[in-house]
Design a protein around this ligand. Structure first.
Ligand code: SAM
Length: 257
């Protein structure tokens, strides 16, 4: 089988459409399709198999020997309702799409799976779509980044939105604090609600400038990285940001005194 087009993938993955945007599906598909042989993909948050099926199809179509580890307690979530067993639907999805042989299921919460992760098993693609609260996302980035290969990719779902009244959503706050504010990720990109980047040890001045540009586009909620187009928004946005910070500090000071 050869590489599918976005429309073909969309048609083949009829039943998983509702969890991922068409462009997100194709991003996951292309990322995994182009990974080298024997790559390790770690998925945090599998739910009913939407993204695992797409990535499994990519391994099959690329005829490579890669493996997906799907980490999820399969007990529902705060967004989708707790105590809902999603494992049978996950199994059905990966079997119906003939991708089960590429997927190892780890029916555990991410932090427990991390403690039991086979020592030395490096990850090439880290796909984060588990608990969306700040405490979960920040842990997922910090913990699993230690196993991510330099040159490996990280991608996080549901990271769209803008900075409002000093507040980020959990996913965005974690990305800001544990990715943008550190220098171990470069080559940021955005696809619909996905933010992705590549792990690095070193950063040239040019790469650093590109990262800052990505940050400000991301920060104002315009993810197409066209700073020229948004120049007139970015500067006022930075000024407003300073005012918001000062206002929050003032309110905190006022509450304390
Ligand atoms: C948004 S859904 C994932 C959707 C899936 N990636 C897809 O595209 O179809 C979030 C999933 O994260 C799982 N989850 C919540 N907290 C988790 C944690 N600490 N570790 C691993 N998975 C978690 C939930 O059980 C739920 O199935």
């Amino acid at each position: 089988m050869s590489k599918k087009t976005s429309d073909e993938l969309f048609r083949h993955a009829e039943d998983v459409k509702k969890y991922l945007h068409k462009d997100e599906m194709y991003f996951l598909y292309e990322t995994v399709f182009h990974m080298p042989d024997n790559s390790i993909i770690l998925e945090i948050g599998s739910f009913k198999g939407g993204s695992a099926v797409i990535m499994g199809m990519a391994i099959r179509d690329s005829k490579k020997i890669s493996q997906i580890f799907a980490v999820d307690p399969f007990l529902g979530s705060s967004e989708y309702g707790s105590d809902v067993d999603t494992s049978s639907e996950f199994d059905a999805a990966i079997n119906n799409h003939n991708v089960a042989q590429y997927i190892t299921i780890i029916s555990k919460a991410s932090e427990i799976a991390f403690d039991e992760w086979e020592f030395g098993r490096r990850i090439d693609f880290l796909w984060v779509d588990g608990g969306h609260e700040y405490e979960f996302v920040s842990k997922d980035i910090q913990l699993w980044n230690s196993y991510l290969n330099v040159g490996g990719k990280i991608a996080l779902h549901d990271s769209e939105g803008i900075f409002m009244f000093g507040l980020f959503t959990g996913v965005r706050r974690a990305i800001k604090e544990y990715m943008f504010e550190h220098k171990h990720f470069k080559d940021y990109g955005f696809v619909h609600s996905i933010t992705y980047a590549t792990k690095t040890h070193t950063m040239t001045v040019k790469e650093w400038a590109k990262t800052r540009k990505a940050y400000y586009c991301w920060w104002i909620g315009r993810n197409d990285l066209n700073t020229k187009k948004y120049a007139s928004i970015i500067l006022p946005a930075m000024i407003i940001k300073c005012y918001i910070y000062q206002f929050i500090r003032f309110v905190k000071y006022f509450i304390r005194s």
